[in-house]
Design a protein around this ligand. Structure first.
Ligand SMILES: [Cu+2]
Length: 204
């Protein structure tokens, strides 16, 4: 009896010792795993965050460039607006929109300075005349004298325009902004350009 009792105490002691050992090992393993996960997570975090400024800079450059080209140009009165073929797509204008004050003196320079040597012009149309201008411009393509006319249609919707400018040429238009507020379309009428090469002068 005595020995059995002693034996059972020893057994239970052995059980608790084993339990403590297993618990200890488990805690150790858990802390190792947790620690490992923490370290790995930290590494992963630093890896994700490490190159991020570089990765963020790459899209930031075109984003800011887009923002710059999309942003309205400075006031027309200060030296005027200078428009060129787009740097990203030379069959567009680099300035797709600019704002002027109604009735103010404006200077718009179209400088055909582009990596792609291609003739262009700049035609400013009356308020809301874009569709009519597009039709008039499209008719110039089949005009046998289109090239000699610089692809400038005879249209009452044209406020002002440059001649057809060869690569490297520039022309400045001086005029008074219309008094009627709204969107005034401008476009290049050289065949094939009009659909992309256009913009809006906003009169405020
Ligand atoms: Cu053009």
């Amino acid at each position: 009896m005595d020995s059995t009792h002693h034996d059972s105490i020893e057994k239970s002691g052995g059980f608790w010792n084993a339990f403590a050992l297993i618990l200890g090992i488990s805690l150790c393993v858990i802390s190792l795993v947790a620690g490992g996960a923490f370290i790995y997570g930290g590494l992963k975090y630093s890896r994700v965050n490490g190159p991020q400024p570089v990765a963020a800079n790459t899209p930031a450059a075109p984003a800011s460039a887009t923002a710059a080209s999309a942003a309205p140009a400075p006031a027309a009165s200060s030296g005027g607006i200078v428009i060129k073929p787009g740097a990203d797509n030379p069959l567009t204008y680099d300035i797709k929109s600019f704002t002027v004050k109604a009735g103010e003196k404006i200077k718009v320079t179209f400088n055909n300075q582009s990596a792609l040597p291609m003739p262009h012009n700049f035609i400013l149309g009356k308020l809301g005349s874009k569709d009519r201008l597009m039709v008039a411009v499209a008719a110039m393509i089949t005009d046998p004298n289109g090239m000699t006319k610089g692809y400038i249609p005879e249209s009452p919707d044209i406020i002002v325009h440059t001649k057809l400018l060869n690569p490297g040429q520039s022309e400045t238009l001086d005029f008074i902004a219309p008094v009627e507020k709204g969107d005034y379309p401008y476009l290049c009428s050289f065949p094939g350009h009009t659909m992309l090469m256009n913009g809006v002068m906003k009169v405020e």
